[in-house]
Design a binder for this molecule. Sequence first.
Ligand SMILES: Nc1ncnc2c1ncn2[C@@H]1O[C@H](COP(=O)(O)OP(=O)(O)OP(=O)(O)O)[C@@H](O)[C@H]1O
Length: 293
Amino acid sequence: MIELNSLTKKYSNGKGIFNVSFQVKNGEVFGFLGPNGAGKTTTIRHLMGFVNSTNGSASISGLDCWTDAAKIQRQLGYVPGEIAFFNHLTGMQFLKFISDMRGIDNKKLQDSLIERFELDSGRKIRKMSKGMKQKVGLIAAFMHDPAVIILDEPTSGLDPLMQRKFVELINEERNRGKTILMSSHLFGEVDQSCERVAIIREGKIVAVEDITTLKASLKKRFFITFEHKRDIEKVKMSGLDYTVSDVNKVEIVINGNYNEMLKALANCNVTSIDASTQTLEEIFMRYYGKEGN
Ligand SMILES: Nc1ncnc2c1ncn2[C@@H]1O[C@H](COP(=O)(O)OP(=O)(O)OP(=O)(O)O)[C@@H](O)[C@H]1O
């Protein structure tokens, strides 16, 4: 549905995106994560046909993002990272302007989105906060019920309640078969809404991951205290992945093999066990850091 093949844009300062390739399948909600300046907006602007690539190509529903840009822009739902509006219009006037441009009567859906996001649509855009403008952008992107939606940092400026409403909307749209690509800094948002995620760093894709597979691979960490330090020796001989954190304390990392740990601990005198589960954020942070190389 959305396809990028070795998409490359090299700016004169050497920055940009390099050989970016991934596919978003029909009906998939796909996350696009990366630190500041990684290349998310540059990639998305290519998909919208605002800039031409130095190399490579991108297409949406078989249409080339550069040569068929006008057609793509008419059909798609799009929220830009920074929304530049017609400041003299009210929210409602702006939404009407966009509807007229698309030639679609979508008043019913528009009104339900205004209600959902509690937008004061009579207010002049120049008097709106960043979050309010973001709501106008979201309503404009969704109100013509597009099959493909591209969102660049859609929740920036939204308060936690509105962020939750946004996640609900995405999940409803997914159930209705929509194809959605959204860039984000927020791991929680990606975790709650996306099936797969691509991670970009310094202009290059460093990973494309399946969220369900990632969740299944999350490790559990057990913090165990023994009454006697000699019990540490039993853990050492068990073959478990362990770290000794004090004379009578160990940390054991497990991915599913609980029985091995229980067997090893059965002959020990355990005085306390605490556990924590690795988070998706910890996994993503690895890609953000130096190890992303
Ligand atoms: N027109 C331009 N000319 C030169 N360099 C540019 C231009 N536009 C973007 N860049 C550079 O390209 C890199 C990618 O920028 P981009 O805006 O795509 O990142 P981003 O991942 O969207 O970041 P953020 O999360 O901060 O919005 C950055 O180093 C940026 O400074």
